[in-house]
Design a protein around this ligand. Structure first.
Ligand SMILES: NC(=O)c1ccc[n+]([C@@H]2O[C@H](COP(=O)([O-])OP(=O)(O)OC[C@H]3O[C@@H](n4cnc5c(N)ncnc54)[C@H](O)[C@@H]3O)[C@@H](O)[C@H]2O)c1
Length: 330
């Protein structure tokens, strides 16, 4: 049994708090948010304490692990404070908006030897995991191509876009991690993109459609498709193509019903609305894995170094977008 506190009770923090509250090997002790109402509402819903300050959370000797789901620019100071207080840390992606700051954080916490995991939930999706296992088992021969499609149903609020660090750090970061998870280390990145969805995103200095081509050290080629808008729901698919076959992980739907009529055949629901629904099992499995890692002392599957590696790819993609050239990672 691991006793938790949750920092940040926004969209994803509240979902994690609910998952922890019902987890058989976790106990949720407290939640904290600088927006007192968000913490109070979550605490009241789950019957736990709304802490008054982050210091109160970290000074509570009952709390063994902290789940950080605050805005990205607060992750680094909170990771450091929690690790220094001897707490295990599960932190949402990305580690930070700046690679150097993330690397400095890693150097500071390394001697503390606490468990730190980054919330790359897609690694815990049963279908993506199965694709990886089959690739590793040689079921499609040598992996030659990987195509990752990730399209959000609609753009986030412009206020979020402005502090998100840009599409590569905020959104593609998941795909960069998935690419590494399935194809191993990456040696080069080429990115192109534009603003086809919302001119306000362009005015905020960001892009809302992107295509990225990665070359893995193994020689495999990876193509990532991103859009901030998708008319038919949250589009999340993976295709792995190898010397002797292909594996596809398709979209998930609310039901398995198909409708056949004069209007069309085999029509079904739109894809799942967004991440909370699409990755419900993955978020639960992520918590399982973190609890298991803390209890056994094993390094988690998506540790701090994976968070840094994904951020490195995001920065390289930004550089490639600006220069129009592929960026070699050496
Ligand atoms: N893994 C995923 O699928 C996924 C999905 C969405 C968001 N995220 C990540 O989770 C984080 C939160 O995103 P969100 O969409 O829930 O944002 P949000 O804006 O809905 O929630 C963030 C919350 O953090 C609180 N907060 C900010 N600074 C704080 C501080 N110093 N101490 C305590 N609370 C603080 C805010 O008041 C807010 O309630 C981001 O880093 C984001 O990248 C991950």
């Amino acid at each position: 049994m691991i006793r938790f506190a949750v920092l940040g009770c926004g969209r994803i923090g509240r979902m994690h708090a609910r998952n922890l509250a019902r987890h058989p090997r976790a106990e949720l002790i407290s939640v904290f948010d600088i927006a007192a109402k968000a913490a109070a509402d979550t605490a009241a819903e789950l019957g736990v304490t709304a802490a008054a300050t982050v210091e109160d959370v970290l000074a509570d000797s009952r709390v063994q692990a902290v789940l950080i789901a605050t805005s990205t620019d607060t992750h680094v100071p909170l990771i450091i404070a929690a690790a220094k207080a001897g707490k295990a840390v599960l932190c949402e992606k990305p580690i930070d908006l700046d690679l150097k700051r993330a690397e400095a954080c890693g150097a500071q916490i390394a001697p503390l030897k606490t468990t730190v995991m980054i919330g790359f939930n897609r690694r815990f999706d049963p279908s993506f995991r199965a694709v990886r296992e089959k690739v590793l088992a040689g079921e499609i021969g040598t992996l030659e191509q990987l195509i990752i499609t990730s399209r959000d149903p609609s753009p986030p609020p412009i206020a979020y876009v402005k502090v998100s660090g840009g599409i590569f750090r905020d959104m593609t970061i998941h795909d960069f991690d998935l690419a590494r998870y399935m194809a191993g280390d990456i040696e080069s990145v080429y990115a192109t993109g534009g603003c086809l969805v919302d001119p306000e995103i362009g005015a905020a200095g960001d892009i809302d459609v992107a295509m990225v081509v990665l070359r893995a050290k193994s020689g495999a080629l990876i193509h990532i498709n991103n859009s901030r808008r998708c008319a038919y729901g949250y589009d999340q698919r993976v295709e792995a193509f190898g010397a002797t076959g292909m594996l596809q992980a398709q979209n998930r739907f609310a039901t398995s019903v198909q409708h056949w009529s004069k209007a069309g055949t085999g029509t079904r629901d739109t894809a799942q609305p967004f991440f909370i629904e699409r990755y419900a099992e993955a978020y639960a499995a992520e918590i399982d894995h973190f609890v298991e890692s803390v209890l056994t002392g094993h390094t988690p599957m998506s540790d701090f170094s994976d968070g840094v590696a994904a951020l490195k790819l995001a920065e390289a993609a930004g550089e490639s977008l600006r220069s129009g050239k592929a960026v070699s990672l050496g």
